[in-house]
Design a protein around this ligand. Structure first.
Ligand code: PLP
Length: 454
């Protein structure tokens, strides 16, 4: 009988984060100033991030040591298990061996704690007393609130209004860890007040919540801002996931044929896939597939262009796949993954064909999630379920071709606080919602006129 779970000991835990910049065939495109189009110097970010984090953001070092204090918090829940999904394989009648790396095992319920702990640690080192952030579904806010509490910093969260209303439990989690939570758009900031003046019933968006958190930071004392995805340092912190998974598979004498993950801003999938993409750059046969929703199809239907990271245009421009910073994802979409852009590192690797991207419809996502729950006993986060839907496609392919493939899934979190979405699914309220082309054309119309190859 083969093992179901592959554990690593604490002693086998990776002690360094892996920085893919060192191995990328082309250097990452620099952030640019919206008015001049010139590259923005790193110091320009010092109003919102401490210098030690900015240094990580621009680092080209292949390996960055994980500080001992961060490791000691990681040891509370890492290494996370790698689990062979025997019953899921059976239900899918596939010859593929399916493994999932379960980040829902963290006390925050998702991978987000991996970066929250690191970011709060570096902020504390730099003398920050108060951290602002935005949160969509609430996982990032919960992780940051938990990490701020560990290190004794104040935490202020702007939570996208649609989630604030639909998911009160996440707000309660954040408040339990001592964070202050505002529904965004809020009256606290000019960005929020302007949005409310335009539409008092605005659902909000991740981009707008970012604008509010950034504005709060630059107008407050001893305050810095923290982002739960997209940026290079966040992807870097998440590479503990892929490094562990690689070691765990190696213990079973295996290497994945395909690595599948879900993408919102791109951090969990970057963290899972980059250690494997490194091998691919040096000639190894491995595919990595990013799964996104058809209702917010940045990688598959967006443009690879310079755009703002937030929705009102306060940040420098980043080269990424984007649907335009004014893009508002349809409210009908049930689970996370609503950001208008994607991590620049991930975007560049997709653009250079080292990573693949697919879009999956909402109904097959929940079908895969329910099949997985009934097979493996874990109710996945709706975000993570996009990876499961992508894995089902790969498992079907293996069945049709009669090939015994190894599929590695990133199961980024559990769905215990997302049960309302499952209820909607059971009641037939969810629909597939491929984004109409007019919506994309409209949003892309506002892109700043800076070419990707400047
Ligand atoms: C936030 C979140 C995501 C999406 O964010 P990425 O940066 O793309 O990883 C996916 N899954 C879960 C469980 C999340 O909390």
């Amino acid at each position: 009988m083969e093992e179901v779970k592959i554990y690593l000991s604490e002693a086998e835990m990776p002690r360094r984060w892996y920085n893919i910049v060192a191995d990328m065939p082309n250097k990452p495109a620099p952030p640019r100033h919206p008015a001049t189009g010139e590259p923005v110097p790193p110091e320009a970010f010092s109003a919102i991030f401490p210098m030690n984090i900015i240094e990580q953001e621009i680092s080209a070092e292949r390996e960055i040591a994980i500080p001992e204090e961060v490791l000691s918090f990681y040891r509370m829940y890492r290494p996370t298990p790698l689990i062979r999904a025997f019953r899921f394989e059976k239900a899918l009648k596939t010859p593929a061996k399916i493994f999932y790396k379960y980040e829902g095992a963290s006390p925050a319920g998702s991978h987000k704690l991996n970066s929250a702990i690191a970011q709060v640690y570096y902020n504390k080192q730099a003398g920050t007393k108060r951290i602002t952030t935005e949160t969509g579904a609430g996982q990032w806010g919960s992780a940051l609130a938990m990490a701020c509490n560990f290190f004794g910093l104040e935490c202020v969260v702007y939570m996208v209004r649609v989630s604030y209303n639909q998911k009160p439990y996440r707000r309660i989690v954040m408040e339990t860890f001592g964070a202050k939570v505002h529904a965004s758009p809020s009256n606290n900031t000019k960005a929020g007040r302007d949005a409310l003046a335009k539409d008092p019933n605005s659902n909000g968006s991740l981009g707008l919540a970012i604008s509010e958190a950034v504005e709060d930071t630059v107008t407050s004392k001893d305050t810095k801002y923290s982002l739960g995805s997209v940026l290079n340092h966040v992807c870097l912190h998440q590479t503990v996931i892929g490094q562990e998974a690689k070691l765990q598979l190696a213990k079973a004498g295996l290497y994945p044929d395909v690595v599948v993950g879900c993408v919102g801003g791109g951090s969990n999938f970057s963290g899972l896939s980059f250690p494997f993409v490194r091998d691919k750059i040096y000639g190894k046969q491995v595919r990595a597939v990013a799964c996104e929703p058809t209702s917010c199809p940045t990688l598959t239907r967006g443009l690879y262009k310079y755009d703002f990271g937030d929705s009102v245009g306060m940040t420098p421009l980043m080269l990424m796949y984007t649907l335009g910073h004014g893009f508002m994802p349809p409210g009908i979409h049930a689970g996370g993954l609503r950001y208008h852009g994607d991590a620049p590192l991930l975007s560049q690797l997709v653009n250079e064909k080292l990573l693949e991207a697919v879009a999956v419809d909402q109904l097959p996502v929940f079908q895969a999630a329910e099949l997985f729950a009934r097979s493996e006993g874990i109710i996945p986060a709706p975000e993570s379920a996009h990876a499961l839907a992508g894995a089902v496609v790969e498992a079907d392919k293996a069945r049709q071709e009669g090939k015994e493939r190894v599929i590695l899934i990133g199961l980024s979190g559990h769905g215990f606080l997302d049960l309302a979405a499952y209820d909607d699914y059971h009641q037939g309220k969810l629909k597939n919602f491929p984004l109409p082309q007019e919506e994309i054309d409209k949003a892309l119309h506002e892109l700043p006129p800076i070419p990707a190859n400047k």
